[in-house]
Write a new protein. Structure first.
Length: 115
């Protein structure tokens, strides 16, 4: 079992920045893939950024150059640094982890970009 708890969402003006955090606990040694997804109202959940143990990070085209995903193995925390935020980035952001036993989701954190 893996537990994921997101934090760091909120309201920010266009052009601003936020950093999301995802604290992982439980069977964290088996976290092969960790990622951030987002879902806006009326839209499908989409991959934002992904990080694995073996391959480079990858990003959705819409966030390349603006978002950075990072993982701190000492504190078992996943981060998403979001810069130059746009209203289109408004969504609930979810932390995701894939393990040999299955996949896990956090409860989500709301990000709203608005003036």
């Amino acid at each position: 079992q893996v537990q994921l708890v997101e934090s760091g969402g909120g309201l920010v003006q266009p052009g601003g920045s936020l950093r999301l955090s995802c604290a992982a606990s439980g069977s964290i040694f088996s976290l092969n893939v960790m990622a951030w997804y987002r879902q806006a109202p009326g839209k499908r959940r989409e991959l934002v950024a992904r990080i694995t143990r073996a391959t480079p990070t990858d990003y959705a085209d819409s966030v390349k150059g603006r978002f950075t995903i990072a993982r701190d193995n000492d504190t078992n925390t996943l981060y998403l640094q979001m810069n130059s935020l746009e209203p289109e980035d408004s969504a609930v952001y979810y932390c995701y982890a894939l393990t040999p036993a299955g996949d896990y989701w956090g409860q989500g954190t709301q990000v709203t970009v608005s003036s």
